[in-house]
Design a protein around this ligand. Structure first.
Ligand SMILES: *[C@@H]1O[C@H](CO)[C@@H](O)[C@H](O)[C@H]1NC(C)=O
Ligand SMILES: *[C@@H]1O[C@H](CO)[C@@H](O)[C@H](O)[C@H]1NC(C)=O
Ligand SMILES: *[C@@H]1O[C@H](CO)[C@@H](O)[C@H](O)[C@H]1NC(C)=O
Ligand SMILES: *[C@@H]1O[C@H](CO)[C@@H](O)[C@H](O)[C@H]1NC(C)=O
Ligand SMILES: *[C@@H]1O[C@H](CO)[C@@H](O)[C@H](O)[C@H]1NC(C)=O
Ligand SMILES: *[C@@H]1O[C@H](CO)[C@@H](O)[C@H](O)[C@H]1NC(C)=O
Length: 212
């Protein structure tokens, strides 16, 4: 009896684990991601496709596939947006995102990397969380992690959409301007983003994109 008790304990462990999950409801928040999500990159004065391609480690022709509106890659207009494809993963079983490696430039801060290089697709706090460097001591030309959130949809809201754009709201934008831009019903956008009123002029929302 005492001999068999040891392997038995080992076999029971997964069951205990499941039991603990049930009792404390610590179930994983995500199980898997999706191959494709889009990042809506606001083209600031001085940025260009080469730069964006480097930031997202994505080839220019691949980016252009998702931007039929761009007629000439050499003259993308600042003040417009471009969709950049990336893969959306379940990170730490906790949330959907993708972590990019970014090489810092002289004078970079987390604020600048979030707001300029990554065009507010993330925030300084969200970058800070995944890096060991103190915000005041980021070395030049060092690789840092930059995590961008994404969505693979929500079947409780609608099963019709599987591709989502991570869309940073800009000052002056609101639900009606986003409706105008996306041609999607306001209530659908609202239901996919229950925590956003779209009018804060900042923060990200997830917009259903036209699938391929
Ligand atoms: C592209 O943008 C980057 C970042 O602003 C800049 O350093 C580079 O000179 C630009 N390249 C061209 C061809 O404009
Ligand atoms: C990021 O957000 C700040 C604050 O709203 C804004 O001033 C800046 O222009 C934004 N950057 C981009 C690239 O949209
Ligand atoms: C990304 O998602 C996490 C988990 O939902 C959230 O805490 C965080 O604020 C989000 N980051 C951004 C930049 O919105
Ligand atoms: C980036 O993330 C990886 C994986 O979590 C970690 O090992 C590495 O130390 C992080 N980089 C910095 C600069 O903190
Ligand atoms: C929403 O934004 C548009 C364009 O920026 C603006 O014309 C409109 O007045 C705004 N609507 C509200 C209710 O703020
Ligand atoms: C709606 O979109 C059109 C064309 O994209 C634009 O000319 C118009 O100003 C937009 N209206 C609002 C309220 O954003």
């Amino acid at each position: 009896m005492s001999i068999s008790s040891k392997p038995e304990t080992l076999i029971l462990q997964p069951t205990y684990f499941l039991l603990l999950l049930l009792i404390f409801n610590v179930e994983a928040k995500c199980r898997k991601g999706c191959d494709l999500a889009l990042a809506s990159y606001y083209i600031w004065e001085g940025s260009n496709l080469t730069y964006i391609s480097n930031i997202f480690k994505q080839k220019i022709p691949e980016i252009l596939l998702f931007n039929p509106q761009v007629s000439s890659p050499d003259t993308i207009r600042s003040g417009t947006r471009i969709n950049v494809p990336f893969s959306c993963e379940c990170l730490n079983g906790d949330f959907l995102g993708h972590t990019f490696e970014y090489k810092t430039e002289v004078g970079d801060t987390y604020v600048k990397v979030a707001g300029l290089a990554f065009a507010n697709l993330t925030t300084q706090y969200w970058i800070q969380r995944v890096n060991n460097y103190e915000p005041t001591q980021i070395p030049d030309f060092a690789l840092i992690n930059v995590t961008i959130n994404c969505s693979c949809g929500d079947r409780h809201v609608s099963k019709d959409y599987g591709l989502f754009t991570t869309y940073p709201l800009r000052p002056g934008e609101n639900l009606s301007s986003v409706v105008n831009e996306t041609d999607l019903p306001a209530d659908l956008l609202q239901r996919f983003n229950p925590d956003s009123d779209f009018g804060a002029g900042s923060g990200i929302v997830f917009l259903p994109a036209k699938g391929e």
